[in-house]
Design a protein around this ligand. Structure first.
Ligand code: 6GU
Length: 240
Protein backbone atom coordinates (compact mmCIF):
# COMPACT_ATOMS: atom_id res chain seq x y z
CA UNK A 1 0.00 0.00 0.00
CA UNK A 2 1.21 3.46 -0.88
CA UNK A 3 0.55 6.23 1.66
CA UNK A 4 0.96 9.98 1.02
CA UNK A 5 0.40 12.80 3.50
CA UNK A 6 -0.23 16.42 2.56
CA UNK A 7 0.35 18.71 5.52
CA UNK A 8 1.68 22.12 6.47
CA UNK A 9 3.33 20.48 9.54
CA UNK A 10 5.33 17.54 8.15
CA UNK A 11 7.22 17.18 11.47
CA UNK A 12 3.95 16.21 13.09
CA UNK A 13 4.04 13.00 11.06
CA UNK A 14 7.52 11.93 12.21
CA UNK A 15 5.98 9.10 14.31
CA UNK A 16 5.25 7.29 11.02
CA UNK A 17 8.89 6.24 11.12
CA UNK A 18 8.42 4.61 14.53
CA UNK A 19 7.12 1.29 15.83
CA UNK A 20 4.20 -0.12 13.93
CA UNK A 21 4.19 1.82 10.65
CA UNK A 22 8.01 1.86 10.79
CA UNK A 23 8.14 -1.94 10.75
CA UNK A 24 5.67 -2.06 7.88
CA UNK A 25 7.92 0.35 5.96
CA UNK A 26 11.03 -1.77 6.64
CA UNK A 27 9.26 -4.92 5.49
CA UNK A 28 8.14 -3.19 2.27
CA UNK A 29 4.45 -3.60 3.09
CA UNK A 30 3.85 0.15 2.91
CA UNK A 31 5.56 2.95 1.05
CA UNK A 32 5.23 6.23 3.01
CA UNK A 33 5.68 9.75 1.62
CA UNK A 34 5.15 12.91 3.69
CA UNK A 35 4.79 16.16 1.75
CA UNK A 36 4.91 19.76 2.90
CA UNK A 37 1.97 21.49 1.19
CA UNK A 38 4.20 24.56 0.84
CA UNK A 39 6.16 22.68 -1.84
CA UNK A 40 3.27 23.64 -4.10
CA UNK A 41 3.23 27.37 -3.39
CA UNK A 42 4.93 29.94 -5.61
CA UNK A 43 4.93 33.21 -3.66
CA UNK A 44 7.75 34.46 -1.43
CA UNK A 45 5.84 33.71 1.74
CA UNK A 46 4.76 30.25 0.61
CA UNK A 47 1.17 31.12 1.45
CA UNK A 48 -1.17 28.19 2.05
CA UNK A 49 -4.15 29.95 3.63
CA UNK A 50 -6.37 33.00 3.27
CA UNK A 51 -9.40 34.63 4.91
CA UNK A 52 -12.83 33.04 4.44
CA UNK A 53 -15.26 34.46 1.88
CA UNK A 54 -18.35 35.66 3.74
CA UNK A 55 -16.30 36.63 6.75
CA UNK A 56 -15.76 34.95 10.08
CA UNK A 57 -12.89 33.86 12.23
CA UNK A 58 -9.81 31.91 11.22
CA UNK A 59 -8.18 31.03 7.95
CA UNK A 60 -9.03 28.60 5.16
CA UNK A 61 -6.49 26.46 3.31
CA UNK A 62 -6.25 27.67 -0.30
CA UNK A 63 -7.16 25.38 -3.19
CA UNK A 64 -4.19 25.84 -5.55
CA UNK A 65 -1.49 23.99 -3.54
CA UNK A 66 -3.80 20.97 -3.11
CA UNK A 67 -4.67 21.00 -6.81
CA UNK A 68 -1.01 20.99 -7.80
CA UNK A 69 -0.17 18.37 -5.19
CA UNK A 70 -2.88 15.98 -6.42
CA UNK A 71 -1.56 16.43 -9.96
CA UNK A 72 2.07 15.89 -8.93
CA UNK A 73 1.19 12.81 -6.86
CA UNK A 74 -0.86 11.30 -9.67
CA UNK A 75 -4.07 11.09 -7.66
CA UNK A 76 -6.45 9.05 -9.82
CA UNK A 77 -9.32 6.56 -9.71
CA UNK A 78 -7.06 4.01 -7.97
CA UNK A 79 -6.55 6.46 -5.08
CA UNK A 80 -8.60 7.12 -1.97
CA UNK A 81 -8.15 10.66 -0.66
CA UNK A 82 -8.81 10.89 3.08
CA UNK A 83 -9.64 14.40 4.32
CA UNK A 84 -9.27 14.51 8.08
CA UNK A 85 -11.89 16.86 9.49
CA UNK A 86 -14.13 17.04 12.56
CA UNK A 87 -17.08 17.27 10.17
CA UNK A 88 -16.29 13.93 8.53
CA UNK A 89 -17.87 10.50 9.00
CA UNK A 90 -16.80 8.86 12.26
CA UNK A 91 -13.72 6.66 12.00
CA UNK A 92 -14.55 3.08 12.96
CA UNK A 93 -12.99 -0.36 12.73
CA UNK A 94 -15.31 -0.99 9.79
CA UNK A 95 -13.86 1.99 7.93
CA UNK A 96 -10.31 0.89 8.83
CA UNK A 97 -11.09 -2.52 7.26
CA UNK A 98 -12.43 -0.83 4.15
CA UNK A 99 -9.39 1.47 3.78
CA UNK A 100 -7.07 -1.52 4.30
CA UNK A 101 -8.32 -2.91 0.94
CA UNK A 102 -7.16 0.16 -1.03
CA UNK A 103 -3.96 0.34 -3.14
CA UNK A 104 -3.26 3.92 -2.28
CA UNK A 105 -4.32 6.43 0.38
CA UNK A 106 -3.59 10.14 0.21
CA UNK A 107 -4.22 11.95 3.50
CA UNK A 108 -5.07 15.64 3.15
CA UNK A 109 -4.66 17.05 6.64
CA UNK A 110 -6.96 19.95 7.43
CA UNK A 111 -5.92 22.92 9.56
CA UNK A 112 -7.46 26.15 10.75
CA UNK A 113 -11.11 26.45 9.74
CA UNK A 114 -10.75 23.86 6.99
CA UNK A 115 -9.88 23.39 3.33
CA UNK A 116 -11.57 25.30 0.49
CA UNK A 117 -14.61 23.15 -0.45
CA UNK A 118 -13.61 23.13 -4.13
CA UNK A 119 -10.61 20.94 -3.26
CA UNK A 120 -12.92 18.22 -1.94
CA UNK A 121 -15.32 18.63 -4.87
CA UNK A 122 -12.42 18.34 -7.32
CA UNK A 123 -10.95 15.30 -5.55
CA UNK A 124 -14.33 13.54 -5.81
CA UNK A 125 -14.16 13.87 -9.59
CA UNK A 126 -10.75 12.22 -9.89
CA UNK A 127 -10.59 9.79 -6.95
CA UNK A 128 -12.54 8.15 -4.17
CA UNK A 129 -12.93 10.62 -1.28
CA UNK A 130 -13.58 9.96 2.39
CA UNK A 131 -13.98 12.82 4.87
CA UNK A 132 -13.16 11.28 8.22
CA UNK A 133 -13.39 12.42 11.85
CA UNK A 134 -11.85 10.71 14.87
CA UNK A 135 -14.73 11.69 17.12
CA UNK A 136 -16.77 14.50 18.56
CA UNK A 137 -14.04 16.78 19.80
CA UNK A 138 -11.80 19.35 18.11
CA UNK A 139 -8.10 18.98 17.35
CA UNK A 140 -6.01 21.82 15.96
CA UNK A 141 -5.38 19.89 12.79
CA UNK A 142 -5.83 16.59 11.03
CA UNK A 143 -2.27 15.27 11.43
CA UNK A 144 -2.88 13.33 14.65
CA UNK A 145 -6.05 11.93 13.09
CA UNK A 146 -4.09 10.81 10.01
CA UNK A 147 -1.61 9.01 12.30
CA UNK A 148 -4.39 7.26 14.18
CA UNK A 149 -6.13 6.18 10.98
CA UNK A 150 -2.82 4.96 9.53
CA UNK A 151 -2.08 2.82 12.56
CA UNK A 152 -5.53 1.26 12.55
CA UNK A 153 -5.31 0.48 8.81
CA UNK A 154 -1.71 -0.74 8.56
CA UNK A 155 -2.09 -3.34 11.30
CA UNK A 156 -4.88 -4.93 9.22
CA UNK A 157 -2.80 -5.37 6.06
CA UNK A 158 -2.32 -9.00 5.06
CA UNK A 159 1.28 -9.88 5.88
CA UNK A 160 1.62 -7.39 8.68
CA UNK A 161 3.69 -9.13 11.35
CA UNK A 162 1.78 -11.54 13.52
CA UNK A 163 -1.60 -10.05 12.70
CA UNK A 164 -3.17 -13.42 11.86
CA UNK A 165 -3.88 -14.60 15.44
CA UNK A 166 -4.49 -11.24 17.11
CA UNK A 167 -7.06 -10.24 14.47
CA UNK A 168 -8.95 -13.49 15.10
CA UNK A 169 -8.79 -12.81 18.86
CA UNK A 170 -10.28 -9.33 18.38
CA UNK A 171 -13.32 -10.68 16.59
CA UNK A 172 -14.00 -13.03 19.54
CA UNK A 173 -15.46 -10.12 21.47
CA UNK A 174 -18.13 -9.77 18.78
CA UNK A 175 -18.59 -6.00 18.89
CA UNK A 176 -18.30 -5.72 22.68
CA UNK A 177 -15.56 -3.93 24.64
CA UNK A 178 -12.66 -6.08 25.81
CA UNK A 179 -12.91 -7.97 29.11
CA UNK A 180 -10.39 -7.11 31.90
CA UNK A 181 -7.06 -8.94 31.73
CA UNK A 182 -4.58 -10.04 34.40
CA UNK A 183 -1.06 -11.42 34.58
CA UNK A 184 1.31 -12.57 37.34
CA UNK A 185 1.68 -12.17 40.27
CA UNK A 186 -1.56 -13.80 41.53
CA UNK A 187 -1.75 -11.25 44.37
CA UNK A 188 -0.53 -7.68 44.05
CA UNK A 189 -1.14 -4.90 46.55
CA UNK A 190 -3.58 -7.19 48.31
CA UNK A 191 -5.60 -7.55 45.10
CA UNK A 192 -6.26 -11.04 43.79
CA UNK A 193 -6.61 -12.25 40.24
CA UNK A 194 -10.19 -13.63 39.93
CA UNK A 195 -10.16 -17.35 40.87
CA UNK A 196 -11.98 -18.40 37.71
CA UNK A 197 -8.99 -17.32 35.58
CA UNK A 198 -6.74 -19.65 37.58
CA UNK A 199 -9.23 -22.55 37.59
CA UNK A 200 -7.95 -24.11 34.37
CA UNK A 201 -11.58 -24.52 33.24
CA UNK A 202 -11.57 -23.05 29.74
CA UNK A 203 -15.37 -23.10 29.49
CA UNK A 204 -15.76 -21.16 32.74
CA UNK A 205 -13.06 -18.69 31.69
CA UNK A 206 -14.79 -18.05 28.35
CA UNK A 207 -18.17 -17.54 30.04
CA UNK A 208 -16.67 -15.17 32.64
CA UNK A 209 -14.94 -13.10 29.96
CA UNK A 210 -18.11 -12.91 27.89
CA UNK A 211 -20.08 -11.66 30.90
CA UNK A 212 -17.40 -9.11 31.83
CA UNK A 213 -17.32 -7.80 28.24
CA UNK A 214 -21.10 -7.49 28.20
CA UNK A 215 -21.22 -5.65 31.56
CA UNK A 216 -18.44 -3.29 30.63
CA UNK A 217 -20.12 -2.50 27.32
CA UNK A 218 -23.50 -1.88 28.96
CA UNK A 219 -21.83 0.45 31.46
CA UNK A 220 -19.52 2.42 29.15
CA UNK A 221 -20.94 2.05 25.65
CA UNK A 222 -24.64 1.16 25.76
CA UNK A 223 -24.85 2.43 22.16
CA UNK A 224 -22.88 -0.64 21.05
CA UNK A 225 -25.49 -3.03 22.36
CA UNK A 226 -28.01 -3.68 19.59
CA UNK A 227 -31.59 -3.96 20.87
CA UNK A 228 -31.38 -7.71 20.19
CA UNK A 229 -28.29 -7.95 22.40
CA UNK A 230 -29.91 -6.19 25.37
CA UNK A 231 -31.50 -9.41 26.54
CA UNK A 232 -29.91 -12.76 27.28
CA UNK A 233 -31.46 -14.45 24.27
CA UNK A 234 -34.66 -15.34 26.08
CA UNK A 235 -37.61 -14.89 23.71
CA UNK A 236 -39.42 -11.63 24.54
CA UNK A 237 -42.74 -13.29 25.51
CA UNK A 238 -40.98 -15.18 28.30
CA UNK A 239 -38.71 -12.39 29.54
CA UNK A 240 -40.76 -11.49 32.63
CL1 6GU B 1 -10.01 14.34 11.70
N1 6GU B 1 -9.54 16.78 12.61
C1 6GU B 1 -9.64 17.75 13.54
N2 6GU B 1 -9.08 18.93 13.28
N3 6GU B 1 -10.27 17.60 14.69
C2 6GU B 1 -10.79 16.41 14.91
C3 6GU B 1 -10.74 15.35 14.01
C4 6GU B 1 -10.10 15.57 12.83
N4 6GU B 1 -11.39 14.30 14.53
C5 6GU B 1 -11.81 14.69 15.71
N5 6GU B 1 -11.48 15.98 15.96
Amino acid sequence: MRLDYLTIFPDYLAPLGLSLPGKAVESGLIDVHVHDLREWTHDRHRTVDDTPYGGGAGMVLKPEPFGEAFEALGVDEHTTVVFTTPSGEPFTQRLAEELATRQRLVFACGRYEGIDQRVIDHAREVAEVREVSLGDYVLNGGEVAALAITEAVVRLLPGFMGNAESLVEESHTGGLLEYPVYTKPPVWDGREVPMVLRSGDHGLVAAWRQEQARRRTAERRPDLLAPSALDDGTPIERAV
